[in-house]
Design a protein around this ligand. Sequence first.
Ligand SMILES: NC(=O)c1ccc[n+]([C@@H]2O[C@H](COP(=O)([O-])OP(=O)(O)OC[C@H]3O[C@@H](n4cnc5c(N)ncnc54)[C@H](O)[C@@H]3O)[C@@H](O)[C@H]2O)c1
Ligand SMILES: [Zn+2]
Length: 374
Amino acid sequence: MTTLIPVSLSGGHAYDIHLGTDLLAGAGRAIAGVARSKRCVIISQPRISTLYAQPLTASLEAAGFTVLATINFPDGEEAKHLETLTNLSQALYALPEPLDRKTVVIALGGGVVGDVAGFLAAIYLRGLDFVQIPTTLLALVDSSVGGKTGVDLNAGKNLVGAFHQPRLVLADLSLLQTLPARDFLSGLAEVVKYGVIADPEILTFMAEKSGLILARDTDCLQHLVKRSCQIKAEVVVADEREENGTRAILNFGHTIGHALEGATNYARYLHGEAVAIGMVSACCIGEAAGVTPPVVRETLVALLQQLGLPIALPADKDDTTLMALTAQDKKAVAGQARFVLADALGHVKLQEGIAQTTALAGLQQQRRVYGESK
Ligand SMILES: NC(=O)c1ccc[n+]([C@@H]2O[C@H](COP(=O)([O-])OP(=O)(O)OC[C@H]3O[C@@H](n4cnc5c(N)ncnc54)[C@H](O)[C@@H]3O)[C@@H](O)[C@H]2O)c1
Ligand SMILES: [Zn+2]
């Protein structure tokens, strides 16, 4: 059964997330319901394309679409670069049939494909229609909701981009069965985040059903992805273009998380792994600041350990280095790190002006209690 999750954006940008299993076979029909043209282009990466482009194409053709091309770009965050956009734009231009603004760009892949294909759809011919088919857990619960698209510069991640909302997100849980275990687990960290920031029931559910969740039981995943998308959609609708501070709560665990990724050149941790450690940091810093009750950290840590996600800071990156990196975080204001801190299980707030010494005390506490990783 397909569940529809509305993302009620203003200005004609509202759309639905279609969530369920075995949705690829009906993708053509679902996309036909929102498309303004019967011409489309699939943007993907080689591994994902090998697995899913053929059934997607068959479904699109059965619904009367002409698939003008399936264009793959290389795997990995390194490909999330302006050069890839240039190459993809040129590939679109070289197609035998010229595109028009109603042509549908279909992103088939994880967060990297969604961000790149979404940005391509935002800027090619000043904007093409866009549909997302997320294939990673992270993309399902996070990157495919909210309309942020873009690429990295050498100076930093996601520095060039645009808001471009899809006309539809097809969230097919069946596609997760082929996802590498480490990527799956990394996505679960973002689901844990939604529990801490907005809904403690998610945490209870995950603790009770961890075995089934790790075995990728579709009923469990359906529940978790649904709640995650609902929470993200609610936050995004309240702050569509990240202007009033509401979206900042989604950044829980990300201040130290991003610092960890940066300190290790994005090579050691997957994003969710860094966020898992960073969420523990946020709890410890929150306790040092007198904001966070210890039960938040205790619940969080028990769950992360049960799932097999990391909680310890790395031995070779000291706290001062990490704190210096938080000052460069693009969400920092005037060089001062801001932290999203939990004041109860299921509730967080953006806290300005946390003294450096308080933050360092929190990180030291994390190392003392949970040790250090190699
Ligand atoms: N736009 C946003 O709001 C937003 C939010 C969070 C993250 N992001 C971005 O998302 C990106 C990370 O996304 P990700 O974690 O999905 O990584 P990813 O897109 O790189 O995918 C991870 C790996 O899994 C493979 N893969 C994907 N789906 C598969 C499947 N079903 N079966 C087998 N292999 C599969 C990919 O080929 C890749 O090697 C980052 O660039 C990050 O900045 C964007
Ligand atoms: Zn994240």
